[in-house]
Design a protein around this ligand. Structure first.
Ligand SMILES: [Zn+2]
Length: 407
């Protein structure tokens, strides 16, 4: 576990490292462009004006929550002003194969990040951590404390340790006030090395409008959150684990009772995310559904009272839209998706699906999942990072000649 001097010391915290230098650099730079012509389409507007007027929300400036299209990965940017100062929060940093996150933030005028939250160590959430750390002035980094031996995560941690950023491992029930944003941590209560399940999960409350993020936490974790006594109710939920059916327990979704659900997933991804049963669950409950695979980057704008949603692309999500065009079923093992991940007879260990990887000798279902988590690999010999694979199995894998990297 990374050392965390503040851990457990206090339950209510105010982020105070919004430093003078950061403030000055923010005042010097141009304001982020409020209107983006690529995101002009308004899909939905919600009014809460018939509810009790809230003193706090009456004086709030606009918050923009950008669910950035990072394909089969997660990255969400929060931008708002509080008492004239710009605040920026980033939840997850995209996939290791891309560099969209820093580019997107720069395009939004970001130069400093107050809080950077990495829900968990997997390479589709911590993927661009190193680049983000090296590009922006980061005030604090929050992580679950579970580590990964992947090069992506190790490089990200090196960048965190080399920076001036503070470090925290928030736990269930911790609350933070970051300018006019309140954050309640809903998970994990403690860690045991279960990376996905122990994703940092948090509710962001801005005036009367709240946003829930659970990373890749699964159904059991959702039930823990539900039973923890914390209020999980939120207006806008990000569906857990890219819309997988291993998350979005119906009882949890019922308790969150969102008006809008958003998932982040890549088009035609090898996992079949979002799963049809999750899409059906959300749509049958009358919850509006958006996904980055269909809509591209999705931006929610709110003054803490009303909110509107702009998407880069127009589209409709149906329970079968995530699977193959042969519309036979929502089967996530379809041939065409698998074939995209391999080239000829060579199985690219950095891209192939779990099923495809199992054609490699010594790789079964569990090991293929481990293998995917530890991506990327520079060479086939790096597969020794995967538990249970040693030099003699590497030599078998090389003799078989199926596994490759790149091309
Ligand atoms: Zn993920």
């Amino acid at each position: 576990m990374w050392q965390n001097p503040d851990q457990g010391s206090t339950n209510q915290q105010t982020v105070t490292n919004h430093s003078e230098s950061v403030k000055e650099s923010l005042q010097d730079k141009e304001k982020p462009n409020e209107k983006d012509s690529n995101q002009s389409e308004t899909n939905t507007t919600n009014s809460k004006s018939d509810e009790e007027p809230d003193k706090k929300s009456n004086s709030l400036s606009d918050l923009k929550v950008h669910y950035i299209d990072v394909e089969q990965a997660d990255a969400t940017l929060f931008q708002y002003k509080s008492n004239g100062e710009q605040y920026t929060i980033l939840f997850d940093t995209g996939d290791w194969q891309g560099n969209e996150v820093a580019n997107y933030l720069s395009a939004q005028g970001v130069s400093a990040i107050d809080v950077l939250i990495v829900s968990h160590a997997d390479a589709d959430h911590s993927g661009q951590l190193a680049e983000v750390m090296n590009t922006f002035d980061v005030g604090e980094v929050w992580m679950s404390g579970n580590e990964s031996s992947s090069q992506t995560f190790q490089q990200g941690m090196k960048a965190v340790l080399a920076s001036d950023a503070g470090y925290d491992e928030p736990r269930t029930g911790d609350t933070f006030e970051i300018g006019t944003m309140d954050i309640t941590v809903l998970h994990p209560g403690s860690i045991s090395g279960n990376t996905n399940e122990e994703s940092i999960s948090a509710k962001f409350t801005y005036g009367d409008v709240s946003f829930l993020f659970t990373g890749d936490a699964g159904r059991d974790s959702e039930m823990e959150m539900l039973n923890s006594g914390n209020n999980v109710n939120a207006d806008i939920v990000q569906l857990g684990h890219h819309g997988s059916n291993t998350s979005s327990n119906p009882a949890f979704i019922d308790a969150v009772s969102p008006e809008v659900a958003i998932y982040s997933a890549g088009a035609d991804n090898q996992y079949g995310h979002p799963h049809a049963e999750v899409v059906s669950l959300i749509q049958n409950a009358g919850i509006k559904l958006f996904g980055t695979d269909v809509h591209g980057t999705i931006v929610v704008t709110t003054d803490g009272n009303d909110y509107s949603i702009q998407t880069k692309d127009d589209g409709t999500i149906s329970p079968s839209s995530s699977s193959s065009s042969d519309n036979s079923s929502s089967n996530d093992k379809n041939e065409s998706t698998e074939n995209k991940a391999s080239t000829g007879d060579c199985i690219n260990i950095n891209k192939a699906s779990s099923e495809k990887l199992q054609e490699i000798i010594h790789i079964g279902p569990a090991r293929s999942e481990d293998l995917i988590k530890l991506r990327p690999y520079q060479s086939v010999s790096d597969l020794t990072d995967v538990s249970g694979i040693g030099p003699s199995r590497i030599s078998d894998i090389k003799s078989q000649g199926l596994a490759c990297t790149g091309g």
